[in-house]
Design a protein around this ligand. Structure first.
Ligand code: DOR
Ligand code: ZN
Length: 423
C-alpha cells in the first residue's frame, strides 16, 4: 500500500449524532463532509468506528541515556497502535529540559525518530529558563512537581509560587503533579498508598490553588481520587486529567509487594477506583502518564523499583472496550482523549468538520486480548496482559496512513508548539 496519498476518502462514516457520510481528507485536513468526489484512496468505514485520533497530553518517551526503557520510535509506534497521533512529552528526562537549548535538542531528537506528532513540555525547576523555553516553543509547563516522583524533585513552596507567577506572566499552561509525600518505609503497595495518600493529594491541590495567580491556566495531572476531583471542581476552573491505570487498576489488582503496580500517585483501593468512575462527567482529560520501566527494573525489590506504568498504547483500546460494553459513550471517549486535550493545549483539533486536523483512528466493533509483545513499547510488559482492548485497524495522521493492521508507517510527524499549531 502506498503511504503517500493526495486525496483520501473515508466512505460511510457514522458521525456521532447519527449522520452517515463521506469525509474527504487532503493537505492534512478534512476538506469536505458529504458525498465524495474523486480520490486516490477510499477506505470503507461502514463496519468501523471512526474516531478523531487521540492527543495523549502526558507521556514520558525517555530515549537518550534511558533509551533502554523506551525511545521516540518505540514509544510513538505504541501511540499509533493505540489510536494516538499526538503525544506531549514530559520534561523529567535525563538531563531535565530546563533551557531553550535542551528543548531544541529534544525537539530535534523527536523530529528525527517520532512516528507521530509531538509537543515537548518545559521543565519547571528553580533554575529553569521558563521564558526562553516559552519562546522556544514549549507546549506547556511541567509536569511541575509539587511532590517528588521518579526523576522529579519536589519544588519548595517559595519556588512553586515564583514558577506559577512566571508561567502566568508568560500566559502559559501550568501542568501539576500534586502530591504531598509522607516519610516512611515504602515496602508494599498498601504502604505506597499510605505514604502517597489521597489526603496528601488533596493537600497539594489546596496548596497549589492558594499559590496560583487567579488568571493562571492550571491543569492537574493524574488525579487519583473522587474527593480530589470534587475539591478542584468546587474551587476553580482548573482542568482535570486522570489516567487509565487509576480507572482500570486498584491495589487489589496486584499482590501486595508487586512493584509492577507501583506508580505515582499510588493506585487506590477498589472502592476508590469505583468512586473515581463516579466522577467521570467531571473529568476533562484521560491521559496515559506512559512511564515505561523495564521488566528487570520492575522486578527489583519494592522499595528500589521505579514508579510508573506504560499505557500510551492501551489507553484508548481499554476505553473502547467500555464503549462496546455500553458503560460509557463514544462521544465521551472522543472528548476526553482528543477534543479536550487539543483545546487545553491550543492545538488544532482532529475532527469531522472541514478545516480540522485529518487524524483519525478506525476501530472494529470487537476487542482482542492485550499482549505486551504487540504494542511496540520497549518496556516489554503491560498490567493489562490478557484483558480485552479494542485496537484500531487503521490510523490516519494528517490525512495519510500511519498505521495499517499492525504496521507503523513513518509519514510526516510534526512538532506542535504551545498555543498554536504549525500547519
Ligand atoms: O509513576 C510515575 N512515574 N509518576 C511520575 O510522576 C513520573 C513517572 C516517571 O517518569 O517514571
Ligand atoms: Zn506525575
Amino acid at each position: 500500500m502506498d503511504p503517500v496519498q493526495d486525496v483520501l476518502v473515508l466512505r460511510d462514516v457514522l458521525i456521532p449524532g447519527g449522520r452517515v457520510c463521506d469525509l474527504t481528507l487532503a493537505d492534512g485536513k478534512v476538506t469536505h463532509l458529504g458525498s465524495s468526489g474523486s480520490a486516490d484512496r477510499i477506505c470503507k468505514c461502514s463496519d468501523l468506528m471512526v474516531l478523531p485520533a487521540g492527543v495523549d497530553m502526558h507521556v514520558h518517551m525517555r530515549d537518550g541515556s534511558q533509551a533502554y526503557k523506551e525511545d521516540w520510535e518505540s514509544g510513538t509506534k505504541s501511540a499509533l497502535a493505540g489510536g494516538v497521533t499526538v503525544v506531549v512529552d514530559q520534561p523529567n528526562t535525563i538531563p531535565q529540559i530546563t533551557t531553550p537549548e535542551l528543548l531544541a535538542d529534544r525537539v530535534a531528537l523527536a523530529g528525527e525518530h517520532s512516528f507521530c506528532h509531538f509537543g515537548i513540555n518545559a521543565g519547571v525547576t528553580p533554575e529553569a529558563d521558563l521564558t526562553g523555553m516559552a519562546k522556544g516553543g514549549a507546549m506547556a509547563f511541567g509536569e511541575t512537581f509539587a511532590g517528588p516522583s521518579s526523576y522529579g524533585e519536589a519544588l519548595s513552596r517559595t519556588d512553586l509560587h515564583s514558577a506559577l507567577t512566571r508561567i502566568e506572566e508568560l500566559d502559559g499552561l501550568a501542568t501539576l503533579h500534586a502530591e504531598m509525600v509522607r516519610e516512611g518505609d515504602d515496602t508494599s503497595l498498601p504502604a505506597h498508598d499510605r505514604l502517597r495518600s489521597i489526603s496528601g493529594e488533596r493537600a497539594a491541590v489546596q496548596m497549589i490553588m492558594e499559590l496560583a495567580p487567579p488568571d493562571l491556566r492550571l491543569h492537574f495531572c493524574h488525579i487519583s481520587a473522587a474527593d480530589t476531583v470534587s475539591d478542584i471542581r468546587s474551587t476553580g476552573n482548573a482542568t482535570i486529567e486522570v489516567t487509565p491505570h487509576h480507572l482500570f487498576l486498584s491495589l487489589e489488582s496486584f499482590q501486595s509487594e508487586n512493584s509492577y503496580g507501583k506508580v505515582n500517585p499510588s493506585l487506590r483501593t477498589e472502592k476508590e477506583r469505583k468512586r473515581l468512575w463516579g466522577c467521570w462527567e467531571q473529568i476533562d482529560v484521560v491521559a496515559s502518564d506512559h512511564a515505561p520501566h523495564t521488566v528487570s527494573e520492575k522486578s527489583s525489590s519494592f522499595e528500589k523499583a521505579p514508579s510508573g506504568i506504560p499505557g500510551v498504547g492501551t489507553m484508548i483500546p481499554l476505553l473502547m472496550t467500555e464503549v462496546i460494553k455500553g458503560r460509557i459513550s463514544l462521544a465521551d471517549v472522543i472528548y476526553k482523549t482528543s477534543v479536550n486535550p487539543a483545546r487545553i493545549l491550543g492545538i488544532l483539533p482532529a475532527g469531522y468538520e472541514p478545516g480540522m486536523r485529518a487524524d483519525f483512528a478506525l476501530y472494529p466493533k470487537e476487542g482482542t486480548p492485550i499482549h505486551a509483545d504487540e504494542i511496540f513499547s520497549k518496556a516489554g510488559w503491560t498490567p493489562y496482559e490478557g484483558q480485552i482492548g479494542v485496537f484500531p485497524e487503521l490510523v490516519l495522521m494528517s490525512g495519510e496512513v500511519a498505521f495499517d493492521n499492525g504496521t507503523c508507517i513513518r509519514t510526516d510527524p510534526r512538532w506542535m508548539q504551545g498555543r498554536g499549531y504549525i500547519p
